[in-house]
Design a protein. Structure first.
Length: 144
């Protein structure tokens, strides 16, 4: 049985101040094509921006018909919460986590892993561009 359309994503979110001016960056590689996306969030916390990046990647991959998705993030909190090794204690993050879990469960296969910040440079640059230029190339994810 074929695994279907596979994609890899690198995501990063950030805020200048916590909360502060926030944005995220998404690198999505699917079917030999590389998409680079920015998403400006306005005022948000760093953790909300990290979840917004993940949600935007999940929604975009789903819209492209991706069946298996491998995500990389430099947010240890995000990765560990998604894997279930950390509990989601912050009330404002629980709906974002729940939405991410529901979207992730919609893929035939989903994986998320932590990478060093240096290995996530492009997504970080895109997040900074979103904050600098207040520009979005993807719609704001539901619930963010």
């Amino acid at each position: 049985m074929s695994p279907g359309l596979h994609a890899a994503a690198a995501v990063d979110g950030g805020s200048r101040g916590n909360p502060g001016d926030a944005g995220c960056g998404i690198v999505l590689e699917v079917a030999g094509r590389r998409e680079l996306h920015t998403l400006y969030l306005g005022t948000a916390t760093n953790n909300v921006a990290e979840y917004a990046a993940l949600l935007a990647a999940l929604e975009r991959a789903r819209s492209l018909g991706v069946e298996t998705l491998a995500v990389k993030s430099d947010s240890e909190l995000l990765v560990r919460q998604m894997k279930g090794t950390y509990k989601v204690k912050a009330a404002h993050l629980k709906p974002l986590w729940l939405r991410a879990r529901v979207l992730a469960a919609g893929f035939r296969r989903f994986g998320i892993s932590h990478v060093a910040r240096e290995a996530n440079r492009t997504a970080d640059q895109l997040a900074n561009r979103a904050m600098d230029d207040h520009v979005s190339t993807l719609p704001r994810p539901e619930g963010v």
